[in-house]
Design a protein. Structure first.
Length: 318
């Protein structure tokens, strides 16, 4: 880790002496305040030369760039690439046997279920030769660590990606590609972890994009997507509400924000149908492999979270 900080400073970056990198339980690398930090105080700056971006915009071009730089032992970004965990795994890169654990969830039905083989699609589109392992590492690395330019193109921003996620973040990234800086959004006490935010995402969305969940019923953004076409099948008549709406259940207050009205019996049938689509987690995985078991537990959490929300709404149907 010291080599990474020294390399980062050598790029011309400013590094606040009152912050440090350390390991946090169940969170990996993160930043901590070594002394009190004031609101508006700059934690570090990121010069353009430290950023990894492709010459052409787009995910595929950055995937190629990451694969090439990882193979180059003399890469300028070697101290940065060396600290990236080797076991990155967003659920897009899970094998199908593991992805089906998420069946019935919003992320499976709307994304994973219809996803063609990403590795094959990448090779057909780019013609770039790489192993499946190299591809998935680069793809997961970009998904979990990248920041986006105004045009949506991803880029890797060393040090900024060391901050973990929280809805109650105490720091944020400001500026553009020429002058980026991480700034305190409030006073941070000595010993506090320094957090950025990835946005208002449910545990399912966090698993899909970043490979983790918040858990312990702490994510106020957990929700279930309700599709008009699906509910209409149970209503027996056309229902007039938007194509898709979210029913959100606050895990702290358990108050439901009703976004539409519908016949209770029809909605009850719809919820029962949704509940029948989920994977059955009564039997734990028959494997001692820690990766397989971790995916099983992550999937179980996302499924149970959605089922809890649906069961709550079912109880409101009478």
């Amino acid at each position: 880790m010291d080599n990474f900080v020294k390399w980062f400073q050598s790029t011309g970056a400013y590094w606040n002496p009152n912050i440090g990198l350390c390991q946090f339980p169940n969170m990996g690398n993160g930043l901590v305040a070594l002394d009190d930090l004031q609101k508006g105080e700059v934690l570090f700056t990121i010069p353009k030369r430290a950023i990894i971006s492709a010459q052409k915009p787009g995910w595929n071009h950055l995937i190629i760039k990451i694969i090439e730089e990882r193979k180059d032992l003399m890469s300028f970004w070697r101290p940065y690439l060396d600290i990236i965990p080797s076991d990155l795994s967003t659920c897009r890169s899970w094998p199908e046997d593991d992805r089906v654990l998420l069946k019935g969830t919003d992320i499976y039905e709307n994304d994973l279920k219809h996803m063609a083989d990403p590795y094959l699609r990448f090779k057909l589109k780019t013609g770039f030769e790489c192993t499946e392992r190299e591809f998935y590492f680069a793809a997961d690395f970009i998904s979990a660590y990248s920041f986006s330019l105004d045009d949506g193109s991803p880029m890797m921003v060393p040090m900024a990606d060391m901050l973990n996620h929280s809805d109650e973040n105490n720091a944020c990234l400001q500026g553009d590609m020429k002058t980026m800086k991480m700034v305190c959004t409030r006073m941070i006490r000595k010993g506090e972890q320094i957090f950025n935010t990835f946005g208002g995402l449910s545990d399912g969305e966090l698993l899909l994009k970043y490979g983790f969940v918040i858990g312990d019923h702490q994510n106020k953004h957990n929700s279930v997507m309700i599709m008009r076409e699906q509910v209409t099948e149970f209503a027996g008549r056309r229902v007039t509400f938007p194509d898709c709406v979210k029913l959100k259940l606050s895990t702290k207050t358990r108050r439901v924000h009703r976004l539409f009205l519908i016949n209770r019996l029809s909605f009850k049938k719809y919820i029962q149908w949704r509940l029948s689509k989920y994977h059955d987690f009564t039997s734990p995985p028959n494997s001692s492999d820690q990766v397989t078991r971790r995916r099983w537990h992550l999937s179980k959490h996302v499924v149970n979270t959605e089922k809890e929300i649906l069961h709550y709404h079912l109880s409101q149907c009478g």
